[in-house]
Ligand binder design. Structure first.
Ligand code: GLN
Length: 532
């Protein structure tokens, strides 16, 4: 198979939505029956974003094979249902690590190791890694960062070389920004012209331009961009702000992005993509009017992207229930017994978020106590589940100092403790319990009913776990261990059966919810919130 390579680059500023444009293009090509994969190259030096604070790049996404990945991979999966792997996300750090390992092994036979050709060759090898499996008609590669950044230069050089080597089997889609100057009431194309010039300076002529804009760009202005940038007029596409990211594939299709990509790469392009299921979702989304009010209790509340996958999972589940999501972030550092009622009482359901470290956990305990005592539908995820266990230990089992050893290493009631295999680990990067693990659900539990099966697989990212020494005490007092790992018997899910909906999971269900297959636990949680 002659795999085609589509590069997506960005100019002018970051945060223009390259990930969404790449995902939308992948969705359209898949809906036309092509086999497609999509990958992200990040120019930063971290080996992966696993060690990054959410304040830096938002949520860390986890792939089935246990790679801690950029949150764009979450968009890729939600739009396409493709299961990405570590091969779908490469950083400068990984490229250098691999080149340096080869140098130490002596693979370069005494040559001087340089950015060109060694780093660029390594980038090219990684670009083609998925393509050479023979499984894909098209490989979409999103290049992180903005054209003009020093750190993205080797990536652009690799793109330039590949375009030369692969001819029309390889194209570049460049996303730029057309600002609207309010005082002058004018859209401005100059930044776009400059950004294309920068790209041309690196030897890359973009084939398609996608212009991000707040206002409709008139045809004459698009012609002007085409003329200045050596791009045909039909290949100047606008990406105007829309209420939902899930409308972007349709907006791109209406302007022919998928057809352009296929014709420019000499691929057959007949008929229309089959977007029946996608449109069904959009219809539901656009017709939903009754709100479901969800409170998300976490410490990164001022950050849009810190809980991205949870937000999207909730949104998808609400949409399939013909409801509109009204999501309120509640700062766990500000919750206490005195204000908890006022903060939570108006909600239809509460999510207690994942996280690391002590900050904000006391607020999570206060929120959970109130939720448990007031029969509020409550969903604890990872640290959220651990907090459910701790709160139950303190207030039901009367273990006043119960805690996780992550928060209080000296507690006598270490109901959440470090996993045995974690105890000797000193390196922080990539050493958690990561990726998909099997889980067996207990028959008759709410969790099992929600999944409608007893055998599931879910993705993990944590070091601590439910301490099995206390299991009997918890079960005797009414907290059911509803799911466990079939090999290690680690507790993966807990629930209170006499409660309306009070479930905690050690894994991250949010990584597996997509537009076309919303997650069963989120679906069941929203169902419970609605019936409240
Ligand atoms: N900090 C907890 C642990 O490491 C929970 C992690 C999480 O919420 N992802 O076990």
């Amino acid at each position: 198979m002659d795999t085609r390579y589509i590069f997506v680059t960005g100019g002018v500023v970051s945060s223009l939505g390259k990930g969404i444009i790449s995902s939308s293009l992948a969705r359209l090509l898949l809906s036309r029956g092509f086999s497609v994969t999509i990958q992200k190259f990040d120019p930063y030096i971290n080996i992966d974003p696993g060690t990054l604070n959410p304040y830096e790049h938002g949520e860390c996404y986890v792939t089935v094979d246990g790679h801690e990945a950029d949150l764009d991979l979450g968009h890729y999966e939600r739009f396409t249902n493709i299961k990405t792997t570590r091969a779908n996300n490469i950083t400068t750090g990984r490229v250098y690590q691999s080149v340096i390992d080869k140098e130490r092994r002596g693979d370069y036979l005494g040559k001087t190791v340089q950015i060109i050709p060694h780093i660029t060759d390594e980038i090219k090898r990684n670009v083609k890694l998925l393509g050479t499996t023979g499984k894909y008609d098209l490989v979409i590669t999103e290049i992180g960062g903005t054209v003009g950044d020093i750190e993205s230069l080797p990536f652009l050089e690799a793109v330039r070389q590949l375009r030369w080597e692969l001819g029309n089997k390889c194209i570049c889609v460049h996303l730029t920004y057309v600002p609207y100057i309010r005082a002058a009431k004018e859209l401005k194309t100059k930044p776009t012209q400059h950004s294309v010039k920068l790209l041309q300076q690196e030897g890359i002529q973009p084939d398609i331009l996608v212009l991000r804009t707040e206002k409709d760009i008139p045809a004459a202005m698009r012609r002007k961009v085409a003329q200045f940038c050596n791009v045909s007029v039909d290949a100047v596409i606008q990406s105007i702000d829309v209420p939902s990211i899930y409308e972007v594939p349709l907006m791109m299709h209406r302007q022919g992005l998928d057809t352009l990509v296929l014709t420019k790469t000499d691929m057959p392009c007949k008929g229309e993509p089959d977007l029946t299921k996608w449109n069904h979702f959009l219809d539901k989304m656009n017709n939903a009017s009754t709100e479901v009010k969800i409170g998300l209790v976490g410490k990164y509340v001022e950050l849009q992207d810190a809980y991205k996958s949870i937000d999207e999972s909730l949104f998808q589940a609400c949409t399939y229930h013909d409801r509109k999501l009204n999501l309120t972030y509640i700062n766990s550092e500000r919750i206490n017994d005195a204000n908890v009622e006022q903060l939570l009482a108006g909600m239809d359901g509460i999510i207690v978020a994942p996280g690391f470290g002590q900050r904000g956990t006391e607020g999570k305990f206060a929120a959970l106590k109130w939720c448990r005592e007031h029969d509020m539908p409550t969903f604890g995820i990872c640290l959220g589940m651990q907090c459910m266990v701790i709160e139950f230990a303190r207030n039901v089992l009367h273990m006043d100092d119960a805690n996780s050893t992550e928060i209080d290493p000296k507690t006598r009631h270490n109901v959440i403790d470090l996993m045995e295999e974690q105890k000797s680990i000193t390196n922080m990067g990539g050493t958690m319990r990561l990726g998909a693990y099997a889980c067996h659900l207990k028959q008759g539990t709410r969790v099992a009913k929600a999944y409608d099966t007893l055998h599931i697989e879910e993705r993990h990212r944590h070091r601590f776990e439910f301490n099995d020494e206390f299991r009997q005490q918890f079960e005797a007092a009414g907290m059911v261990c509803a799911g466990e790992n079939p090999e290690t018997h680690l507790v993966e899910a807990v629930e209170l059966p006499d409660h309306r909906w009070y479930i905690g999971v050690q894994y991250h269900p949010e990584y597996q919810s997509t537009v076309l297959s919303p997650h069963p636990l989120f679906m069941d949680f929203i169902r419970a919130c609605i019936s409240k």
